[in-house]
Design a protein around this ligand. Structure first.
Ligand code: PLP
Length: 460
């Protein structure tokens, strides 16, 4: 459904005049005019000019089932007629929230002694991480250790855009606006070997060193002041950064040693993205709290939440009294129904297993092969997320001058030639829909290679 020129111009004009976009330079956008996405089907989105574009990012890492799933639309429609809204404040509940909480408790595997029998609902990843700040501080107050207030996270990690979420995030661009981070948040290095490993340092040695930055920070702050460590299993928005195998076991050793809570932010990584329902299972660590959002509803309706492990839930439930925290839309019935139907589809189609044993390995093989391209210094994937590093010289892994904006150039070639990739500096990343078949993946890789060729022609 391409739009006529007058309609497109009107939309772009009104967009520039009235719509403040997230993470956007409004003046720059007004000058070039926004891309108008009009509709979508399966793994493709369509723009106002009628282009069909393979969505290699699943929207924003969320449309895991692809677009146009009638089952979700129908279920949401029925729920809107049956009970469009009710809250779960003031000792009420409703069937969909109960069913979803029970379902999630069943899906989340135990991690050692920790069971995930409880869930707190929100509408987004950012809200969920704000909930985590409230939860861990409340926990330590109830444990009689109110001095344990600081949360440690990582530079270049992403945990959301609210004041709490942006503070936990380690993005300098976010911190530079509005006096962030808030007090009580500290950051350590990210486990990104390509950027931070010393010459000659093995990947695993680097992983240990990156993890031990946590221990150094705990000792610097004073172990009895630290409440929790929060991290993404694989960093997403930071550029799909896959930690060395040695990283997570060492993090687990350190949090155990100092008794601090571990929060696994799985807003991207849960619900099959890495081939498991929850990513802590893949890496074998034992979180106390697990943040989720995005894929739980395949992005069709906003829903997020926190899986609360037994260590925290026991104290909160048995000793906590009223927890003075909640959102109008916590456990929203329509969102819960969207999640229940999403989970039904995922189970009926065996998607988690498919990513783990079929499409994930297929993508891994095909994506790694992009490393033979003259522009690519590193190409790696994990389940259905992948990232490649654009470099000026492959032999020495020399980066481009960041002022050249080669990543943005490549992103433009992708979009104009039928595929969506995201650029994080000069890292090009994808998180394709989990429903993709092997031949869809082949098509995705073909389009990416073509965009790399066009980019190469520009920079040579
Ligand atoms: N945590 C992680 C790991 C994320 O990737 C994101 C969003 O991309 C968030 C939190 C924030 O989620 P939301 O945008 O739903 O607030």
């Amino acid at each position: 459904m391409s739009l006529d020129t007058a309609t497109l111009e009107r939309l772009r004009g009104q967009d520039a005049a009235h719509y403040l976009h997230p993470f956007t330079d409004s003046r720059e956008l007004a000058a070039i005019g926004a891309r108008v996405i009009t509709h979508a089907e399966g793994i493709y989105v369509f723009d106002g000019e009628g282009r069909k574009i393979l969505d290699g990012m699943s929207g924003l890492w969320c449309v895991n089932l692809g677009y146009g799933r009638r089952e979700i639309a129908d279920a949401v429609h029925r729920q809107m007629l049956e009970l469009p809204y009710y809250n779960s404040f003031f000792q009420t509940t409703h069937p969909r929230a109960v069913e979803l909480a029970t379902r999630l408790a069943t899906l989340a595997p135990a991690a050692g002694e920790t069971r995930f029998d409880h869930v707190f609902f929100s509408s987004s990843g950012s809200e969920s991480n704000d909930t985590n700040i409230r939860l861990v501080r409340r926990y330590w107050d109830l444990m009689g250790q109110p001095q344990r207030k600081t949360l440690i996270s990582r530079w270049n990690g992403y945990h959301g855009s609210t004041i709490g979420g942006a503070s936990l995030s380690g993005m300098s661009g976010m911190h530079s606006q509005g006096d962030l981070p808030i007090p009580g948040v500290a950051h350590i290095m990210q486990p990104f070997a390509f950027e931070h490993a010393h010459p000659g340092e093995s990947r695993d040695d680097f992983g240990l060193r990156a993890a031990r930055a946590l221990e150094e920070k705990i000792l610097e702050l004073g172990p009895d002041t630290v409440a929790a460590f929060i991290a993404e299993p694989v960093q997403g928005a930071g550029g799909v950064i896959i930690p060395p195998d040695s990283y997570w076991p060492e993090i687990q050793r350190i949090v155990d040693k100092y008794g601090i809570l571990l929060i696994s932010d799985e807003v991207i990584c849960a619900f099959g993205r890495l081939g498991h329902w929850f990513a802590y299972e893949k890496f074998g660590y034992r979180p106390d709290l697990v943040t989720f959002a995005k894929g739980v509803t395949s992005g069709y309706v906003p829903l997020g939440g926190v899986m609360v492990g037994s260590r925290v839930a026991k104290v909160l439930v048995e000793q906590g009294g009223e927890f003075n925290h909640g959102y109008t839309y916590s456990g929203h019935p329509v969102a819960c129904q969207a999640a229940l139907t999403t989970l039904d589809i995922m189970q009926a189609e065996g998607l988690v297993e498919r990513v783990r044993s079929d499409t994930g390995p297929w993508l891994a093989q095909g994506f790694a092969a992009l490393a033979d391209h003259p522009l690519v210094g590193l190409a790696e994937s994990c389940g259905m997320v992948a990232g490649l590093q654009l470099v000026r010289d492959r032999a020495s892994n020399t980066l481009f001058d960041s002022a050249l904006g080669v990543g943005m150039l490549c992103r433009g070639h992708c979009f104009n030639n039928g595929v969506i990739m995201r650029a994080v500096g000069d890292r090009m990343i994808i998180a394709p829909p989990l429903v993709m078949t092997r031949s869809d993946i082949d098509e995705l890789l073909r389009l990416i290679r073509h965009a790399l060729d066009l980019t190469l022609a520009d920079v040579r």
